[in-house]
Structures are given as structure tokens and as C-alpha cells.
Design a protein around this ligand. Structure first.
Ligand SMILES: Cc1cc2nc3c(=O)[nH]c(=O)nc-3n(C[C@H](O)[C@H](O)[C@H](O)COP(=O)(O)OP(=O)(O)OC[C@H]3O[C@@H](n4cnc5c(N)ncnc54)[C@H](O)[C@@H]3O)c2cc1C
Length: 412
């Protein structure tokens, strides 16, 4: 793209990072402010994302946004509603794992609090819809740097090109290089754990029940997929996880069955095992002049509650509403005071979720007898308090105070 003067044309919004958060933001912005030019620049070639075996628990609020953006009807056939959730707290050697807590029910009539959606299907649907809406997807390359110029931001691309834009949205993932270049500090640490992700097929139906076994080395989550299949997020201490990832099929299957149990009959591993090192990264600021963080670039959290991408979708909804409102009022979408509305909207919620997941992981990933008995009493108390459970369901569904319009299923 070149301007009349021969230099590269000014793009209104460049989003660095075409993961689910970046693509969804591009789609929402183009949908409601079609006169803005929106470009997504991603480092990976188009097919690279299809290797992701994971499925994500998409909360009801995020599902409403995907529905409003025309994505949900594209992926609904592959989505599995989570109808209820069971929580156990036991040792690996325990033969019986009593269910200490159950969550269930819909947020509104016929609307489950979450669905499991394969990441591959979600990414493909977002990409297709973004292109159809008029988002420019660049050839695979990195955004390597940026500098503030007069009234715009000048981007340096991996190809050696430059790209002027009015706003750079950094959606470049948890190890965001752009966050560092913007001088934004984080509070971060890594957990001594790796999440092993693997999908299994089983004999009997899961009936839409998700199970979280809290085991001493970390949570073992069985998340229902469409058909007689489940996605497992199996957290282990680093050394054990590495050994399991490299073990032969017989050893892996044996260890898997010890944790999975026999409730769903015979189980068979489908596809490869993948390992994800875990950590917590919380950005102290979300914005700078002509610069905003989005998705994991702003917050990487433990998957214990399946909320990382949901947080990213909440960023998408808040950022889109902020920018579309500002644009309609004739304001500069890159101005710091405009972007600070987004930061105020998102920072507290993000830190709250980060801290909560961190505490949950510390509380449950250990085998100290006094801690176990206190947490089990706590789970038992929650089980007997329907109003508290209802509040937790509302939180898990992604509704809180000041919910952005898109998460209520309303257009901008
Ligand atoms: C085991 C596990 C299970 C999970 N389960 C759930 C769940 O059930 N529910 C849930 O809500 N969340 C879940 N999450 C979290 C969720 O996967 C992440 O929050 C989400 O994928 C982040 O999306 P993103 O678009 O922000 O970042 P990413 O998906 O990391 O995308 C970043 C993109 O930026 C690109 N990029 C990087 N650097 C540059 C650059 N310099 N220039 C251009 N492009 C660049 C990369 O190529 C990549 O495509 C889970 C996470 C893990 C590890």
C-alpha cells in the first residue's frame, strides 16, 4: 500500500498478532467502524495455527459476542455445551474420588455458562470473517519495532518495510516483544508446572459434564468435546511432565488411566501430546500513546479456570467499544486519554482474575494435610450455598459490573 506521495499509506489500526484475540478485535473494529482501515500482521504462516490441539472453554459472555459477530453459527456444530462441572480433591493413590463440589445450570433459559470449542475451528472462522469484513491480512511477518512520529506511529516490519499507523494494538502473545519495547513492565513468574494437553475418545458419553480433579501435582481437567471425546489439561510438575511427554504410548496410557478413572469406559488417545509451560504475566499498564496491549500480551494466566482467552475476548469487547465510540465522536483513536478509558475498564478485572487463578493453583497444587482439610471444608461449604454457587457461575460465564455491549450480545 502506498500513498499519493509515494510513501506507505497511513493505516488507521495495525494489530500485531493474529491469534484469536487479535483477529476478533480486527473483525469487531471493521464491523462497527467500516471506514477505518484495519490490518493484522502475524509472524506465522496461515496453516501454522492448525497444529494447536487445544480446545477452549468459551464463557457465555464471549459466546454472545461471537454470535453478534457472526462467528458462533460457523463453529456451533463443533461446540460442546458444558452442562455441569464436578470438582474432586484427592491423592493419586485414592481409589475413590468423592465429588466435593458441583456447578451446573444455565445463565439464562437454554444458555449454558460455557462451551468447549476447538481452537483450530475458532481461529479459522475468525480469519475468514475478518477477511470478509474487509480486514487486511498481511503476508506472514513480524512487527519488529515502532517509534512515535508526528501524529502517527511508524512501524518497522521484519521484511524491512515500514508501516505508518494511527494506533498499534499489540496482540503478540504472552511473551510479547512489543510490550517490552513499549517500556511496559510486568509482574510475572513461572510455575514449576507444565500443562500436558491431549484429546481422548471414550466409550461412554460424558453427558456434557466437565471434571476437575485437584491432584497434588496440579489440576487434571477433563473437558467435554462434541461426540464421545474429551480434551484433557493435565498439569504436572516440570520433570514428571517432560518424562510423560516423552514416554512410550503404553506408559502414557497407564498414567493417563490412573488419573482419568473408568467412569467413561475404555479411553483412546487421539492425536499428539502437547506441553505448555505455565506462568503468570500481568502487565502493569495496558496503553501508551498510540499503543494498546490486548489478550495474552496484557495477561498470561494459569489455565486452572479456563479463563485466559475469555479475558482476551473481554479486552476485545472493551477496546472495540472504546475506539468505535471515540471515532464516532471525531476523536483521535490513538490519543492517550481515549486509550486510558480502555485501560481503566480492563486492568482491575485482569489483575483480579490473575491473582485468583494464582491463589487457586497454590491452594490446590499441594498435598499438605492441614491445607487439604481447610480447602475441603471450604468446597463443602460452597456446595451447600446455592447463592454463592450462582455467583461463581455468573463469574465463570463472564458477566460482571460494566460488561461491554458486545459481551451482552449487543452491537456497537
Ligand atoms: C493448556 C492451556 C489451556 C487453556 N485453556 C483455555 C480455556 O479453556 N479457556 C480460555 O479462555 N483460555 C484458555 N487458555 C488460554 C488461551 O489459550 C490464551 O489466552 C489465548 O490463546 C491467547 O490468545 P492471543 O490471541 O492473546 O495470543 P496468541 O494465541 O499467543 O497469539 C499471538 C500471535 O502473535 C503472533 N506474534 C508474536 N510476535 C509477533 C510479532 N512480533 N509480530 C507479529 N506477530 C507476532 C504469533 O504468531 C501469534 O499468532 C489455555 C491456555 C493453555 C496454555
Amino acid at each position: 500500500m502506498t500513498s499519493a506521495s509515494g510513501g506507505p499509506k497511513l493505516t488507521d489500526i495495525v494489530i500485531a498478532g493474529g491469534g484469536s484475540a487479535g483477529l476478533c478485535a480486527a473483525l469487531a473494529l471493521k464491523r462497527y467502524a467500516s471506514d477505518l482501515s484495519v490490518e493484522v500482521i502475524d509472524a506465522r504462516p496461515p496453516a501454522a495455527g492448525s497444529g494447536d490441539q487445544r480446545a477452549s472453554a468459551i464463557a457465555a459472555a464471549a459466546r454472545r459476542m461471537l454470535h453478534e459477530l457472526g462467528i458462533w453459527n460457523q463453529i456451533e456444530g463443533e461446540a460442546q455445551p458444558i452442562l455441569s462441572m464436578e470438582v474432586t480433591d484427592s491423592k493419586l493413590s485414592d481409589t475413590v474420588r468423592p465429588v466435593l463440589l458441583t456447578f451446573g445450570g444455565n445463565v439464562t433459559e437454554g444458555e449454558p455458562f460455557a462451551h468447549m470449542v476447538p481452537n483450530g475451528a475458532l481461529g479459522a472462522a475468525l480469519k475468514k470473517a475478518a477477511v470478509q469484513a474487509g480486514v487486511q491480512l498481511s503476508a506472514p511477518q513480524t512487527v519488529d519495532g515502532f517509534s512515535l512520529a508526528d501524529g502517527h506511529m511508524e512501524l518497522a516490519l521484519g521484511s524491512g518495510e515500514t508501516r505508518p499507523c494511527r494506533l498499534l494494538v499489540a496482540a503478540d502473545g504472552v511473551r510479547s516483544r512489543l510490550r517490552g519495547l513499549a517500556g511496559i513492565r510486568t509482574n510475572s513468574w513461572s510455575y514449576p508446572q507444565i500443562a500436558i494437553v491431549v484429546n481422548v475418545r471414550h466409550e461412554r458419553s460424558h453427558e456434557g459434564i466437565a471434571v476437575e480433579h485437584f491432584l497434588p501435582s496440579g489440576p487434571f481437567a477433563i473437558l467435554p468435546l462434541a461426540g464421545n471425546r474429551s480434551s484433557l489439561v493435565w498439569t504436572e510438575k516440570k520433570v514428571e511432565a517432560q518424562a510423560l511427554l516423552e514416554s512410550d504410548d503404553f506408559v502414557f496410557q497407564t498414567e493417563l488411566e490412573r488419573r482419568f478413572g473408568h467412569r467413561l469406559g475404555r479411553i483412546e488417545v487421539e492425536g499428539p501430546r502437547q506441553g505448555y509451560p505455565l506462568g503468570l504475566v500481568l502487565a502493569r499498564d495496558f496503553v501508551r500513546p498510540r499503543f494498546a496491549l490486548l489478550g495474552d500480551a496484557a495477561h498470561g494466566i494459569h489455565p486452572i479456570a479456563g479463563q485466559g482467552l475469555n479475558l482476551g475476548f473481554r479486552d476485545v469487547a472493551a477496546l472495540s467499544e472504546t475506539l468505535v465510540d471515540a471515532h464516532r465522536l471525531g476523536l483521535d483513536i490513538g490519543a492517550l486519554d481515549v486509550l486510558q478509558r480502555y485501560e481503566r475498564w480492563r486492568r482491575f478485572d485482569t489483575w483480579q482474575m490473575g491473582v485468583t487463578t494464582d491463589l487457586l493453583n497454590r491452594l490446590f497444587s499441594n498435598d499438605l494435610a492441614p491445607v487439604r482439610s481447610v480447602r475441603d471444608i471450604g468446597l463443602g461449604l460452597v456446595e451447600r450455598m446455592p447463592s454463592l454457587k450462582k455467583m461463581f457461575i455468573g463469574e465463570a460465564a463472564g458477566f460482571g459490573s460494566e460488561t461491554p455491549k458486545l459481551l451482552e450480545g449487543e452491537g456497537l
